[in-house]
Write a protein that binds this ligand. Structure first.
Ligand SMILES: [Zn+2]
Length: 172
């Protein structure tokens, strides 16, 4: 798998990049600067009235079949909040209105054979009253877990695992 920082060729002129310097690849000919930054993403801990947290099962690779929190990557021109609302509508068929910031964490994620870093903004919210959950899109199923029985070993991503663990340890 290719890491973003291992990209060899300038997307502007096709010449070779100089070796990575801190977080930027600089073209040896046209001096285009290609910055290696984390990709922004979002996730949310949705709690039901028993204070259990909703986890989803990933329908596709990477990490197909493993547990994740609902959420995803931002589209171009979306805010984090708009993206989160859209992702939850797509993945679960519900609209969340009020959510609060929890923390943020970095992770590693593979997109089409390229490995890059993500920076995920984690939120929490209440499951809306009378919500009818309909798993769709890149989600094949969902389950609620009590905060004492979070299946950390089944979670797809290490950064998220630690962020959830840290939050529940401090707020439980
Ligand atoms: Zn160039």
């Amino acid at each position: 798998m290719i890491k973003e920082e291992d990209f060899k060729y300038c997307p502007g002129c096709g010449s070779t990049f100089n070796p990575l310097k801190e977080n930027v690849l600089i073209c040896s000919v046209c001096e285009l600067h290609y910055y290696i930054n984390p990709k922004p993403a979002n996730a949310v801990m949705i709690e039901n009235d028993k204070n259990e947290i909703l986890f989803v099962e990933r329908a596709f690779n990477p990490k197909k079949g493993m547990l994740d929190l609902p959420g995803g990557f931002l589209n171009i021109n979306e805010s984090v909040e708009e993206s989160l609302t859209r992702e939850i509508r797509e993945e679960l068929g519900i609209t969340i209105a009020e959510f609060t910031y929890v923390n943020s964490f970095s992770d590693e994620y593979e997109h089409g054979g390229v490995s890059s870093r993500s920076i995920c903004v984690l939120f929490r919210c209440k499951l809306p009253d009378h919500a009818v959950l309909t798993p769709a899109d890149d989600v094949s199923d969902y389950r609620f877990y009590s905060k004492d029985h979070i299946p950390y070993d089944e979670m797809a991503f290490d950064g998220m695992k630690e962020a959830v663990r840290r939050y529940l340890h401090n707020n439980h």
